[in-house]
Ligand binder design. Structure first.
Ligand SMILES: Cc1cc2nc3c(=O)[nH]c(=O)nc-3n(C[C@H](O)[C@H](O)[C@H](O)COP(=O)(O)O)c2cc1C
Length: 237
């Protein structure tokens, strides 16, 4: 279904979008089951309109069209329940390659990774992190750290941004390969930083950023976006 919209101002676009969100409800064509994402309203032709009014909440959680190419992004969710199962070394290397394909400031790549597979170490880490008990059932954990000596301008802020980009790539790769993962925050909590540094014997210049629990998913979560038009400004704040 194609909908042509003519509007002169952002307000008009918002108003028309709201009407479309209502008007299209119930008249969307069938879609393939592998291209559904909660939170987006589709026009049936792969285009998106955005539910930005309270009245759209009725259909906000319905499944709608999204481009197949973006399924990996919308389908990635924090998985906190794991089933037993191995993750082979080739897969782990692939995940690390994906992480290190992320952008980094001036290409400095200050990210460093510690791959933890020993049950004993996972159990030691578990009580130190929020929701960390999932590490007791995860197959592995990848601790993502920032080497401040390697960061652009030796700035922690650049290093953290670079590591966050690498982490998101890692999470997307995990999901793409049919595994599940959860970001367990370390930085900026001083007590967590201290314990993780101690557990891994990190040098002073290396800052632990997060631990990523990885394993075979033991829970299924719906693909979705948390899109909110109130968070978006056009041209000016
Ligand atoms: C910086 C950061 C720290 C996080 N720390 C934790 C954590 O310590 N424990 C946890 O269970 N989830 C943690 N998460 C995951 C978020 O809770 C999760 O991404 C959010 O609720 C959205 O859900 P989703 O990942 O399924 O889309 C963290 C995420 C980020 C970006």
């Amino acid at each position: 279904m194609t909908v042509n919209v003519v509007a002169k101002t952002r307000c008009e676009i918002d108003a028309i979008t709201r009407r479309l969100c209502h008007g299209l409800n119930g008249c969307l064509p069938p879609r393939p089951s592998n291209s559904r994402v909660a939170g987006f309203e589709g026009t049936g032709n792969g285009r998106l309109c955005f539910p930005d009014a309270p009245e759209c909440d009725v259909i906000r959680n319905q499944s709608m069209n999204t481009p197949d190419q973006l399924q990996i992004i919308f389908g990635r969710r924090s998985i906190r329940v794991f089933k037993p199962g191995k993750v082979d070394e080739a897969t782990i290397k692939m995940l690390l390659q994906a992480a290190m394909a992320a952008p980094s400031a001036v290409g400095k790549d200050p990210w460093r990774f510690i791959v933890v597979q020993k049950q004993e170490t996972l159990a030691t880490l578990a009580p130190e992190l929020a929701n960390g008990s999932m590490l007791n059932t995860a197959t592995l954990c990848i601790a993502v750290c920032a080497d401040l000596d390697a960061a652009h301008d030796r700035q922690l802020s650049y290093a953290l941004q670079d590591c966050a980009a690498a982490i998101e790539n890692l999470l997307l790769a995990v999901h793409a390969l049919g595994l599940g993962a959860c970001w367990l925050g370390v930085h900026p909590r001083e007590e967590k930083i201290g314990r993780v540094k101690e557990i891994f014997g990190l040098p002073d210049s290396v800052m632990p950023v997060a631990c990523i629990a990885i394993g075979h998913p033991g829970e299924a979560k719906e693909a979705r976006t948390r899109f909110d038009s109130a968070y978006v400004h056009w041209e000016k704040w």
